[in-house]
Design a protein around this ligand. Sequence first.
Ligand SMILES: [Zn+2]
Length: 285
Amino acid sequence: MRSLPRPAYSARSVLELCSSSIRDADLAQRLQLVSAAIDEAEANYLGHAESASFSAIPTANDVANIVAGHEMKTLYKGTFSRKGSRVRPIYDELKAARETHGICPLCGQRDVSTLDHYLAQSLHPSLTVTPINLVPACAPCNKAKLDRQPATVGEQTLHPYFDEIGDMVWLKAQVVVVEQEKPALVFSVEPPEECSEVMRERLHSHFAIFGLGTLYSTHAGVELINNRLILMQMAGQVGVEGFRSHFLEQANSRRAIDPNSWQCAMYDALAASDWFCREGYTSIR
Ligand SMILES: [Zn+2]
């Protein structure tokens, strides 16, 4: 997970732009009536963010018994995310994810293609157009969460606007030998001892819900193949230690950007594998 700066737009500013873009006068009027409830939901969300206890926010079917959940959904689709609408520039700005160069902050691998409601819009209608609940995401990550309400804090995935992982390394990889003596990488969640129990649980939830183990192993397999030629060329010139320092150099270069990227974990694992540095590299295929 990569952290992102919190959006500068308030729920009220987005709501007003959305409301002024709809033709349904009755709904526009009712949206005005719920604007205080939407402010309140945003303030409540921020309060829960301080203790990372989003799971404690109760679910609802409507906003203040005045606007139905499906109407908020229609508002989102018909105005906020609709191409060409007057509020769409805000949607695009939230989706830009400039800090990650347009890469999904949840998986760190695929392109951003949508905004994910961190707390599902079907369960939290009052957070449907609240920018701090809208996280840029790739389509598979967005789909993986679906309408899931975390039952406990530990079941919450990481929130790019509120969770700061800093330098704590929690993603590890290991070289394994698969069929026909071929090397492969297996990824796992291994936070340091000082990591709190609840953060440990959340890291496991994040890794499992977004299917990061499979995603990273697949890409690491391709990265190994891309390295094959250069490693075979190095073979005549360097020994085990030469390979090890080459892999550490690769890991350090990635670590500077994100110490929990799969690339960083992968190159650390290659450096740590005596078998891979000695002979395993000859079996890449
Ligand atoms: Zn993703």
